[in-house]
Design a protein around this ligand. Structure first.
Ligand SMILES: Nc1ncnc2c1ncn2[C@@H]1O[C@H](COP(=O)(O)OP(=O)(O)OP(=O)(O)O)[C@@H](O)[C@H]1O
Ligand SMILES: [Mg+2]
Length: 499
């Protein structure tokens, strides 16, 4: 058909003998938003890197704009009219926003970079996209969401005919997602094609025209969006029906483990008080920017506070840094797992067990056998997709890297486990396994604090829900009281008097 812009057939790719893609195919039409979905490790990013010329396929054919296409490097793909927003942010921290956008094609006069033009062009582009970021700001000073917007601006600046977006919304607020979607619609109207990888099915139904499903590196099927529903998509992705997405077990709720009194950091949050009990899952809901992550980071000793008291098992403790927090039995999985926690070039095994060395080896010697057993159990429990526990974390898919961090902290067996967006970037199948695991830990008596921006997740998993808005606790709802509506009312601070 002549409205096809990209065609891939019979694509296979192995990494050290293990298949990442096996006979995959993809057809993209001009001016369509095409979603690409599949479980963590299904091969989505790898397929995109083949379009971009980062990886060469072992087998298969590709055509772009009707001609055979064999990019050897990303520059080839760019010149042909393809740009990509990567899953991992790929900006240079010590350079400015403008420099990052025009990297490799800076406007020059007399052989020197024209920094004024560079800044002005960037300002113009950002203004067109309605992105409010100072082009002369160093990228290292931006928030993760802002970095994501700069990546988006850069990808668009190439005036490509095909833009690939690998989980572009994972770090964006709802408002920013709305902005991105209106940018995507404008591009589509101009005839640009967009491939969008996402684990958020509601977004997929909102923005895409068609969808292709991959499973275990193979093509499953492709559909116009009007001919498929969420339930069908999930079963195509995971190869089975998923009945219970939030399998919460009823746990025995015991005595108070952690009590926080009047925790304050001026300008960020104020007078925050709450408690968690043994066996309890305390959900923390709120809009992006409400202060949820900041409160938990401060509790964990990651930032200084202006006031407040912390009690563990009834005793007041001082937590000045994460080391203190860990010593008192706290553990935290942070929101931006890519920036914290992982040693990318070390093995999966080492990354999972790094904080556990003390526990598994009471003597100075490492108990190798026990370590390996635990690591294997975790890999199985979280269904981490890897060829060998000794392989470098860098070689795992994005979602599987996140599971590695989760595995490490789950193994420390803390009294209180703080999880910040534990299932962001995780596919629907693994998500329910992670939920089951969290629920089991609670049943064993662990106290869990779970920040989540996904209301169904908070409502499904929590025994109580604490809602934060503007750095203050606006209310705590019991499982029975909590509904989508009253959580949102507290989160947006629009609770009616007497309600
Ligand atoms: N450079 C590499 N070396 C070794 N294995 C790799 C490499 N890149 C990817 N893989 C493997 O290929 C498989 C597919 O990974 P890919 O990143 O394409 O998955 P994905 O569908 O994008 O998953 P996610 O949703 O988690 O991002 C995984 O099993 C991964 O471990
Ligand atoms: Mg990926």
């Amino acid at each position: 058909m002549d409205d096809v812009i990209l065609e891939m057939r019979g694509i296979s790719k192995t990494f050290s003998g293990v298949y990442a893609l096996r006979d995959a195919q993809l057809t993209i039409r001009r001016g369509e938003v095409h979603a690409l979905i599949g479980e963590n490790g299904a091969g989505k990013s790898t397929l995109m890197k083949i379009i971009l010329g980062v990886h060469a396929p072992d087998a298969g054919e590709m055509t772009f704009k009707g001609k055979a296409f064999r990019p050897q490097k990303p520059m080839d793909a760019l010149q042909a009219g393809i740009s990509m927003i990567h899953q991992e942010i790929s900006l240079a921290d010590n350079m400015t926003v403008a420099e990052n956008i025009w990297i490799g094609r800076e406007p020059a006069s007399h052989g020197f970079v024209n920094y004024k033009a560079l800044r002005e062009d960037a300002a113009k582009l950002l203004a067109e996209l309605r992105i409010i970021i100072d082009p002369s700001e160093k990228v290292g000073h931006l928030s993760v969401a802002q970095m994501q917007m700069v990546e988006i601006a850069r990808a668009i600046s190439y005036n490509a005919d095909l833009i690939i977006m690998d989980e572009p919304t994972s770090a964006l607020t709802e408002e920013e997602v709305g902005m991105l979607f209106s940018i995507i619609r404008t591009l589509r109207d101009k005839g640009v094609s967009v491939i969008m990888i996402t684990h958020k099915l509601d977004e997929l139904f909102e923005i895409s025209d068609a969808v292709t499903v991959l499973r275990d590196g193979s093509y499953v099927s492709a559909h116009p969006i009007s001919e498929i529903d969420e339930k069908k998509l999930i079963s195509l992705m995971v190869g089975r029906e998923l009945s219970e997405l939030f399998p919460k077990q009823e746990a025995q709720i015991g005595e108070t483990v952690l009590r926080v009194q009047g925790l304050t950091r001026k300008g960020l949050f104020e007078d925050v008080s709450f408690a968690v009990h043994r066996g309890e899952i305390l959900g923390v809901a709120g809009l992006m920017g409400a202060g949820r992550s900041e409160i938990m980071t401060a509790l964990f000793g990651g930032m200084p506070v202006d006031g407040g008291e912390i009690y563990i098992d009834g005793e007041r403790v001082a937590i000045r840094n994460p080391r203190d927090a860990i010593r008192h039995g706290l553990a935290m999985v942070t929101e931006d797992r890519k920036l914290t926690g992982l040693s990318l070039c070390r093995s999966c095994k080492e990354n999972i067990s790094v904080t556990n060395l003390k526990r598994t080896s009471p003597s100075a010697f490492l108990n190798k056998k026990k370590e390996m057993e635990e690591v294997r159990e975790m890999i199985h429990a979280l269904s981490i997709r890897l060829a060998d526990p000794e392989q470098a974390v860098r070689s795992l898919s994005g979602g599987n890297q996140q599971k590695i961090v989760l595995a490490r902290w789950l193994l420390t067996a803390p009294k209180v486990l703080i999880l910040d967006e534990p299932t962001r970037g995780i596919d629907v199948g693994a998500k329910s396994e992670i939920h089951r695991l969290i629920s089991e830990l609670a049943c064993k008596g662990m106290a869990v604090i779970m920040i989540s921006s996904e209301l169904p997740e908070v409502l499904g998993m929590s025994d109580r829900i604490m809602v934060v808005h503007g750095g203050r606790v606006r209310g705590v709802l019991s499982r029975a009281e909590a509904t989508q509506e009253n959580v949102m009312a507290l989160a947006t601070n629009t609770v009616k008097e007497g309600a």
